[in-house]
Design a protein around this ligand. Structure first.
Ligand SMILES: *Cc1c(COP(=O)(O)O)cnc(C)c1O
Length: 376
């Protein structure tokens, strides 16, 4: 048995759409019908007016923050427990990342710890919906509003996840998505920024394409980027999007099945779904504590020998050498994130994962737990 941690779901329809794009001759990122179609359909899906397709989730995050014209030293509040792309976007744009610890249950940024980080230099709050569970967006929007801050959601892991019936990514001022191969829908590499703000959308679209201006083609009023998504990948995005409901249903099946089988194993914390949330279980994570009797690294090794591929949780941003070397986050401690990082791993969660495979993974974990307990 060999069970990968993630697999995309690709079908005949995807091959057809991609081949149509290639046959049309429009293969770049400036023309071709699929780019606009994907932008329209995906932003509609999120309940938002505008979408700007781009080359990656990281690019979407960078575009989003570039639209806001941060001044050197402006502060952006971000979770320490996230993909480094969130922080990179802040640093690329000259902003200063200010970290917040995780909520112990939903693992994303603890909104109760945001207020204490606000100074007169704060401009943006950057919530990240971790592993498919939404954050408490009403609370975050309230804090933003009363302090005159903008909110950029990093919804790379939350396609289709809902907060009180609203899709994440469509709640803040700007939402950012990734379509990397392991995300819920994929274009291999790709991303999108979504927003209801027409000016933001227009500026993001311009910056994404080297900031060519309306006034004269080769006049540039801003420093742009080439973050274009090609028409070929946008075609793949359209066909993938048409299947998103079944993908999410399968993710929920995976999450619920693991939850029901692992819920009673001592020493394992499983993901939850708050009453106000629709968790899409992008990746199914668990967190071990001492009662499990085996460390996270020992369990990962044990599972690997059984053919079960897993991944560590994120290493928090305040512990990243690349950021510490820039003098950031000296001496800062975020105990919840550190605990998640030490004990957390995610299990096979791919779109082609079967119930038998889930049962196999769970049996391996229970076997490990017995060995662990005997050693305690
Ligand atoms: C995947 C991911 C990104 C980066 O997306 P890429 O498409 O790989 O650039 C950013 N933020 C989060 C939370 C992610 O999971």
């Amino acid at each position: 048995m060999k069970i990968p941690v993630s697999t995309p779901s690709l079908s005949e329809k995807d091959f057809e759409f991609v081949s149509n794009a290639v046959k049309s001759g429009w293969i770049s990122g400036t023309k071709g019908k699929y780019i606009e179609q994907f932008e329209t359909e995906f932003s509609n899906y999120c309940g938002v007016k505008y979408g700007v397709a781009c080359s990656s989730g990281t690019a979407a995050l960078h575009l989003a923050i570039s639209v806001l014209d941060l001044q050197e030293g402006d502060e952006v509040i971000v979770p320490t427990f996230t993909n480094i792309a969130t922080i990179l976007a802040v640093i690329y744009s000259g902003g200063k990342p200010v970290l917040v610890d995780s909520d112990p249950e939903i693992w994303g940024m603890d909104h109760n710890k945001v207020k204490e980080k606000i100074t007169d230099k704060t401009r943006v709050i950057f919530p990240v919906h971790i592993y498919g569970h939404p954050l408490e967006m009403d609370e975050i929007m309230k804090i933003a509003k009363s302090n005159n801050l903008l909110v950029i959601e990093d919804a790379a892991e939350g396609h289709g996840a809902e907060y009180k019936g609203r899709k994440v990514g469509g709640i803040g001022d700007i939402g950012c998505f990734s379509f990397y191969a392991n995300k819920i829908i994929t274009t291999g590499e790709g991303g999108m920024l979504v927003t209801n703000n027409k000016e933001f959308a227009k500026k993001a679209k311009m910056l994404c394409n080297l900031a060519f201006s309306d006034i004269a083609r080769y006049r540039h009023d801003y420093l742009g980027f080439n973050y274009r998504m090609s028409n070929i990948l946008a075609a793949l995005g359209c066909s993938q999007l048409s299947k998103i409901e079944s993908f999410i249903e399968h993710k929920k099946f995976i999450g619920n099945t693991y939850n029901s089988l692992l819920g009673d194993v001592l020493g394992i914390q499983t993901p939850i779904e708050k009453t106000w949330a629709k968790n899409v279980y992008w990746m199914y994570g668990i967190v071990l504590d001492e009662q499990f009797g085996m460390s996270r690294d020992e369990l990962r090794k044990f599972l690997s020998e059984k053919g079960v591929e897993t991944r560590d949780f994120f290493l928090p941003m305040h512990m990243q050498p690349a950021l510490q070397n820039r003098g950031l986050f000296k001496g800062e401690k975020y105990p919840v994130s550190e605990k998640l990082s030490k004990g957390g791993l995610y299990l096979p969660s791919g779109l082609t994962l079967t119930k038998d495979e889930i049962l196999y993974v769970v049996n391996c974990i229970k076997e490990a737990s017995k060995i662990g307990k005997n050693k305690l």
